[in-house]
Design a protein. Structure first.
Length: 50
């Protein structure tokens, strides 16, 4: 997922090492305004019981 997110943003695959990601977390890739503006909409969201 980290490599996919890096490539989604137009970065080299190796840049994925800078994106921290926990197991069983939710991440969503999308667009800012149009298809020319890829964005990370949600990253590393983890539900923590209260």
């Amino acid at each position: 997922m980290r490599v996919l997110a890096a490539r989604w943003l137009g970065l080299e695959a190796a840049a994925g090492r800078y994106l921290l990601l926990d197991t069983s977390s939710l991440s969503i890739l999308g667009y800012e305004h149009n298809l020319a503006e890829p964005a990370i909409r949600l990253w590393n969201e983890i539900h923590r019981p209260e």
